[in-house]
Design a protein around this ligand. Sequence first.
Ligand code: WTA
Length: 636
Amino acid sequence: MSYFKIDSLEQYFKHYNKSIREPRKFWGKIAEENFTWYQYWDKVVDFNMADAEVKWFVDAKVNITKNCIDRHLAKKGEKTAIIFEPNDPSEEALHISYNELYERVSKMANVLREQGISKGDRVCIYLPMIPELAVSVLACARIGAIHSVVFAGFSASAVASRINDSECKMVITSDGGYRGNKTIDLKGIIDDALENCPTVTSVLVAKRTNAEIKMKAGRDQWLAPLLDKAINNSVAEIMDAEDPLFILYTSGSTGKPKGMVHTTAGYMVYTAYTFKNVFNYEENDIFWCTADIGWITGHSYILYGPLLNGATTVIFEGIPSYPDFSRFWETIEKHKVTQFYTAPTAIRALAKENLSYVQKFPLKSLKVIGSVGEPINEEAWHWYNDHVGGKRCPVVDTWWQTETGGIMIAPLAFITPTKPTYATLPLPGIQPVLMDDKRNEIEGNQVDGSLCIKFPWPGIARTIWGDHQRYKDTYFSAFPGKYFTGDGALRDEVGYYRITGRVDDVVIVSGHNLGTAPIEDAINEHPAVAESAIVGFPHDIKGNALYGYVILKESGEYRDRDNLIKEINQHVSDHIGPIAKLDKIQFVTGLPKTRSGKIMRRILRKIAEGDYSNFGDITTLLNPEIVDEIVKGKIV
Ligand code: WTA
């Protein structure tokens, strides 16, 4: 019996039970039957949750690109691996076959090797959504270099801190990027970032916008001529199952971003398996995930998951509103997309526009539509189901995280009955539990609590780059012996899960995780600011938006408050990126604090939400009178 594909609900329960009772047999069989290995493992899994130590397929040898590309060549070399849909719809789309992908990745791998990059080196990739991005990621994996893709919307200082944290040797970027009717000066941002990055010795520059850019002698080189000279085949590096494949930074509730480290074999097995089952992938499907490859969703479900299955995957350079609000629907029609995977924030934004944008297109090719990144509200779910899926495509609401590598809780298309706003059931191998404040597991149904996972799965991140203690503290100490997700969830009467949102100081704005601490740090660097506190509040389209409470230093210089708000947001933009800008800023003379000096964010959150009904006991605060002042000055 094969476990790779689930065909019915009954079989789901069978596989699920097997995966819990005999996880080693379950994952061992999947790994053995569906991938190419240089050497098999001694043990399927070895772990100690208390120490945050997890290993899968111990001592196996593998290269993920052999599995993404080489093994498909014999039978489907001419099949399209990647469809590149450019920002401007009048520019022709590109179809890259598996044969061509092999050649392009090989050339790039050879260029990287010639430039002195070898196994274990870190390479920062800061590129727009163009084929070079996919090729660079895969070329790193080919030679065993660890890719660290940084979303090309991050500011110079955010890129610099990520480059320095993982001590990257090289940056791969482009002369610029298109975004709707704007162009973005990516090379300029990298030039600024590299002023403070001593470990970077070379920069490779892809051409996209033909913008005039500065090339620094001895450091910067154009990519195209190097590729032209490179050989079009390559030997894949033999990697240990637990060698790092990539680092991807995600926001934490405190301090600097966390470089989540994913390793090779477990991530490979898990992304391939989840892609196949959640989306009911079949040969000849055209899969389109609208995320950016700079986020985990793009890593796992634009690149690795689809390519491991020999699928055709769409890389979309544009945005949903350019040239108009029918861009997504037009593109689905144009490429006959069968699975479409996007974020609630995009659905909500498009649902606000005239229905004719979507109704113009029959969208008959679609089979499955997916959602990811934040809770999908009931209204958006129905709009998506009715107008995009035509009520015939299952909506797969997929819950997972950068840290989990792949989808954890989701309906399996055509198998699990869906329920609006519910991510439904855990995938095989995933053991979710709900915990109460006293760290006890809450049994039974119709309950809610903090969502933890009590057994490792192959795709779990192994550590935070350079800081295993932080990894342990963040994920394995709140509930000893369990992985803590940072999310709250409820379980309904049949055991379906609904994710209710973050229970820590991370706010998800338009599907992007933003830690409040780094934003506060950025604001506090403004010369007029003494202290600040950021919270999230509900927003119709973005899901959440940011509300800042700012205490000014005693200074008469800043009487022009409107201008000051602009400056503060500029600071945030410069330090983190435009995605972290605040929607509302309220100047206050103090923040509610406990006697030990901790800011009572719970109260600030309620005020930002406009809920003044129950602040709890505020008499124990150091400064209870401040609450009234803040309520009176609330920005509406
Ligand atoms: C949230 C994105 C509700 C959640 C793959 C999680 C969701 C965080 C869902 C991880 C969903 C993701 N329903 N909430 N279907 N998917 N989230 O690391 O709070 O960018 O912890 O990974 O997004 O975001 P990340």
